[in-house]
Design a protein around this ligand. Structure first.
Ligand code: PLP
Length: 294
């Protein structure tokens, strides 16, 4: 099946979709993005993703490139054209194409909008979730506005590569005071001995994960207590359970932090339960009406 991408108003075959070499995303990482889960061909938590996209754009003094309704349509259309059942849709908005100069280009420069989609690697993810993943810890060497979902991800790329080379699947950043901030592409959580879910509060030190917010909703419904506070790698190593969250991984058990095995080395009951019920309360966009319907 041929794949499709959306680039600045056009749906193009993925292999020939391209942006200009002077796009500011390419030159300066001057742009933001979102990754949204697709479930049964429908977007999960679209409202929250578009809210976060708007917030990221606002923080970089960029306007939404089109109305929310239009952008939602484009996301759905890319999902539809690629015949994605379960998968991910990616949207990137940059400050557009202009001769390379650090200062913002004139307002007449249009933002660049790219949307792509891909199917989930279902088997791989299920296997990972059954076994649990390993994380390593690395110093947090990022800027102090990681709450903006910017395409500038070099520290995250290096951290993930370090994890891979260490035989792990994720790297947790540790701040200058010795506390875990978040993963290279996930939010970090532990479960305490008395069953509370602990995750860092959503200040500027972490990305406000949409899956993280979904776990807050789920925990409230299940009567699980959440503590929004910092924790150290040492606390994680002796925690009852450990997990990470992201649109790509949903709720993913962690069974090793650096050299420490968590619990008895297999995913625990709290995280397994959260994973199983995760989709029970998320917003799943209504199915579009079929063409034959009035
Ligand atoms: N933290 C970082 C640095 C990320 O890159 C991501 C996702 O890409 C997350 C957390 C999780 O966010 P979400 O749940 O919205 O996917």
């Amino acid at each position: 099946m041929s794949k499709w991408a959306y680039v600045n108003g056009r749906y193009l075959p993925h292999r020939s979709a391209a942006v200009h070499v002077e796009d500011r995303g390419y030159q300066f990482a001057d742009g933001v993005y979102e990754v949204c889960e697709v479930l049964g061909g429908r977007l999960v938590d679209e409202t929250r993703h578009l809210d976060r996209l708007k917030r990221s754009l606002d923080e970089l003094r960029m306007a939404m490139p089109m109305s929310r309704a239009a952008l939602g349509f484009v996301l759905r259309e890319v999902v539809r054209r690629n015949r994605i059942g379960d998968g991910l849709v990616y949207v990137q908005v940059t400050r557009g194409v202009a001769p390379r100069d650090h200062v913002f280009p004139p307002d007449t420069v249009r933002p660049t909008v790219v949307v792509t989609a891909r199917p989930a690697e279902r088997g791989k993810t299920i296997e990972r979730a059954e076994q649990g993943i390993a994380v390593i810890t690395v110093p947090d060497n990022r800027w102090d506005r990681v709450d903006i979902k910017s395409v500038s991800l070099l520290p995250n790329v290096l951290a993930r590569q370090a994890a891979k080379e260490a035989g792990a699947q994720e790297a947790w950043f540790v701040d200058g005071e010795g506390f875990v901030t978040e993963g290279a592409a996930t939010n970090a959580w532990i479960v305490t001995a008395d069953g509370a879910l602990v995750t860092r509060s959503a200040d500027h030190g972490i990305l406000r994960g949409i899956t993280r917010a979904g776990v807050f909703d789920l925990a409230a419904r299940q009567g699980l207590r959440i503590e929004e506070r910092r924790f150290t790698p040492e606390e994680a190593k002796t925690a009852r359970e450990v997990f990470v969250t992201s649109a790509t991984n949903l709720v993913m058990p962690v069974v090793r932090v650096d050299d420490a095995v968590i619990g008895n080395g297999v995913p625990g009951s709290v995280v397994t339960g959260l994973r199983r019920c995760f989709h029970d309360h998320v917003e799943i966009a209504a199915l579009r009406r079929s063409r034959s319907a009035t």
